[in-house]
Design a binder for this molecule. Structure first.
Ligand SMILES: Cc1ncc(COP(=O)(O)O)c(C=O)c1O
Length: 397
């Protein structure tokens, strides 16, 4: 007899997007002509000047442990970036650099949550939040916003979900998977509820530079001192600088919170990758011009995808304002049989679309959005055109 594994660890579910992803990879390995729209990462390469900083770091033997929560120069660069972009002031003692924004979310939850604490999670939401909350012994309290609500949480619904056990609320603005953006007024109304009920705010702003149509992005911490002192601001280099594989993200918070998070890093990963920190330093401090050209490319792709989807009968989408995802409503497809596949759910739709239509999209169930599938437009325009042609042919059967 061997004793059971940890109850908490056994309770962590594998990502629901994995089933489609492994089928996609299998079909690709078999040589089938499949196209993927499931990836949550820019298709652009990391810009050359950032790669060069990493080569230089290696040449100069910057290859040892760094301070646990990142080098002072990178913490300062993160503070400077947030000051320049959003007008919010932090000092390096308030910064934690870790191995990706995902790791920062984990550390933030670690710092805040005792077993049984409730964390409010507005959905549709990025798949990892729910499991990350459970991994630290917290209880996710899910509040759903429908497509007709623009997938946005209202202050009234937020207030109704609060109990004496509520510790924090997670906001992800702009959102993965919906692409929706809270404007300053909407954000202020939500933050006001958090202040009134003395809640912490986890503000995941990883897509902050990918906002379209000239809209303004509002940083949560810019809403005033009362909001800022209860906010853990999370951002990173993965999406803005096409650096997903480098694994650098950062959190900014009150010094005591940063200290607790930093202690966790020191005993787990030790420190973030030294070479990646040098690359991230260059990303944050050099010219930000490349972000603009990536943003323009994404906006053109979004416009094309939204127009095409809404021209096809019995599917549709609202217009995302940021990030690089479109949530396509497939509710009218449920109950149909397409190419021999019975469609009883968005998951069935995604499986049939992949097997029959040779296109991979992510079913919405894992995001808390049954009846929807998520397309990522971090793909070439050529592939987007072909993917949508395939959708048309698939649905016309
Ligand atoms: C909302 C959101 N937060 C965080 C992350 C993770 O970012 P990183 O690569 O910095 O860990 C992602 C990646 O998909 C995301 O969509």
């Amino acid at each position: 007899m061997v004793k059971e594994l940890s109850r908490i660890a056994r309770g962590v579910r594998a990502s629901t997007t994995m089933a489609i992803d492994s089928l996609f990879k299998q079909m690709k390995a078999e040589g089938q002509n499949v196209i993927g729209f499931a990836a949550g990462e820019p298709d652009f390469p990391t810009p050359d000047h950032i790669k060069e900083a990493a080569f230089q770091a290696i040449r100069e033997n910057f290859t040892r442990y760094t301070p646990a929560s990142g080098t002072l120069e990178l913490k300062q660069a993160a503070c400077d970036r947030v000051k320049a972009d959003f007008g919010v002031s932090y000092t390096p003692s308030q910064a934690v650099v870790a191995s990706g924004a995902k790791h920062v979310v984990y550390l933030a939850l670690r710092a805040l949550v005792d077993p049984g604490d409730e964390i409010i999670l507005p959905t549709p939401a990025w798949v990892s939040y729910h499991e990350l909350i459970r991994m630290v012994g917290g209880i996710p309290v899910v509040i759903h916003a429908s497509e007709s609500e623009q997938f946005k949480l209202s202050p009234e619904k937020l207030e109704q979900a609060i109990t004496p056990r509520t510790k924090a609320v997670i906001f992800n603005n702009p959102s993965n998977p919906t692409g929706m953006l809270y404007d300053a007024r909407q954000l202020r109304a939500l933050a006001e509820v958090c202040v009134r009920y003395d809640l912490y705010i986890l503000s995941d702003e990883i897509y902050s530079s990918l906002v379209y149509d000239g809209r303004d992005f509002t940083c949560m911490a810019a809403l005033g001192e009362e909001v800022k002192r209860r906010t853990i601001l999370i951002n990173g280099v993965s999406k803005s600088y096409a650096m997903t594989g480098w694994r650098i993200g950062y959190g900014l918070a009150e010094p005591e919170i940063a200290r607790v998070m930093s202690n966790y890093v020191s005993h787990s990963t030790g420190s973030p990758c030294a070479v990646s920190q040098k690359a991230a330093l260059t990303a944050l401090t050099a010219s930000q011009e490349q972000i603009r050209s990536m943003r323009e490319a994404f906006q053109a792709r979004r416009d094309y995808m939204v127009a095409r989807i809404n021209a096809i009968p019995d599917v549709g989408c609202i217009r995302p304002e940021g990030a690089f995802y479109v949530m396509m409503n497939v509710e009218k497809q449920i109950g149909r049989t397409i190419g021999g596949f019975e469609i009883g759910s968005a998951e069935d739709f995604a499986t049939a679309f992949l097997k029959q239509g040779l296109v991979a999209v992510v079913p919405g169930e894992g995001f808390g959005a049954p009846g929807f599938v998520r397309w990522s437009y971090a793909a070439s325009m050529e592939n987007i055109k072909e993917g949508l042609d395939r959708l048309e042919r698939f649905l016309a059967q």
